[in-house]
Design a binder for this molecule. Structure first.
Ligand SMILES: N=C(N)NCCCC(=O)O
Ligand SMILES: [Zn+2]
Ligand SMILES: [Zn+2]
Length: 318
């Protein structure tokens, strides 16, 4: 039986060290390799183009996750009984050297996912997804990326810099990491730099469901289109919290009006039960702009739903 979160009926939720959902720390495990999914923080925000602060995202999401409970009634699952989930702490990413940080993230994520283990990464800005996708590609081959974001993040460079939070998915596509027939952006909105931004993103392998399409499609219609696009491919889910409307997630660096509600996002994530989610990240949570943990709580619930749809990899401990 997996070791689950601290029992809230025996130890107050607000007591003790802060781990995601009050899960055991990886260091607490007798056999440190004995987990199916690791939650890991990447406190890095040196790739942002506007407001900084996502380096404090991991600790804020953890602190906001203390109220999560063990049973998920929407999916009829107990995500922490299905598989051993641990909190693996934070990856120490160099704030002064983006290339070095990307290398550190890639190495540590490769180690944490050895043997087919899953990762739920708490960012950090969206720069951190590139090394995570390299690790996914090494394990699974070209990967279907399900990208929730207000932004395309398929731009080329900022000030000549190739590795930023706005260029991640162009680099990933250029490096051949993506399964170009099955990648999808959901929630795109707001002004762009150029009329070519959208066609270029399509050329890089992404279909798009714009935030403005939610009214005509409805959540059900979005889910159907998403499942059709993903098919049976191994799916990596990257969630930029700014996909949510600023009313649902004010604590982020590049907010855009007209976004999803947290209820819409959570419903869409639950539908991933029918797919093969291999790992995921939640990025761009910047607590300095948050109020009353609105963004942190949304992010912690997003993480909970992701853990609820990740199925244990039969290869682990086989
Ligand atoms: N939040 C992320 N990942 N990217 C935003 C980039 C928007 C911009 O610099 O214009
Ligand atoms: Zn964004
Ligand atoms: Zn982004």
């Amino acid at each position: 039986m997996p070791v689950g979160p601290t029992d809230a009926s025996k130890t107050p939720r607000y007591a003790g060290l802060t781990t995601f959902a009050r899960l055991p720390r990886r260091e607490d495990m007798e056999d440190v390799e004995d987990y199916d999914v690791a939650v890991v923080g990447v406190p890095f925000d040196s790739g942002v183009s506007y407001r900084p602060g996502a380096r404090f995202g991991p600790s804020h999401i953890r602190e906001s996750s203390r109220l999560l409970r063990p049973w998920n009634p929407e999916l009829d699952v107990a995500p922490f009984d299905l598989q051993q989930v641990v909190d693996a702490g934070d990856i120490a990413a160099n704030p002064f050297d983006i290339e070095d940080a990307i290398g550190q993230i890639e190495r540590d994520a490769a180690e944490l996912t050895a043997g087919g283990r899953r990762l739920l990464t708490l960012g950090g800005d969206h720069t951190i997804t590139l090394p995570l996708l390299r690790v996914m590609h090494a394990a699974y081959g070209p990967i279907a990326v399900l990208h929730f974001d207000a932004h395309l993040d398929t731009w080329d460079t900022y000030f000549g810099a190739p590795h930023t939070h706005g260029t991640t998915f162009r680099r990933a596509s250029e490096e051949g990491l993506l399964d170009r027939d099955h990648c999808l952006h959901i929630g795109i909105r707001g002004p762009l730099y150029d009329a070519r931004d959208l066609p270029e993103s399509a050329d890089l392998g992404f279909a798009t469901i714009h935030a403005a399409q939610f009214d005509e499609l409805g959540t059900r219609g979005v889910i159907e289109a998403m499942l059709a696009r993903l098919g049976d491919a191994p799916v990596y889910v990257s969630i930029d919290i700014d996909v949510l409307d600023p009313g649902h997630a004010p604590g982020t660096g590049t907010p855009e009006a007209g976004g999803l509600t947290s209820r819409e996002l959570l419903a869409i994530l639950r539908a991933l039960e029918a797919t093969n989610v291999v790992s995921a990240d939640i990025v761009e949570v910047a607590p300095a702009y948050d109020h009353a943990q609105i963004t942190g709580i949304a992010a912690s619930h997003v993480g909970y739903e992701l853990l609820s749809v990740m199925k244990p990899n039969a290869a682990v401990n086989a």
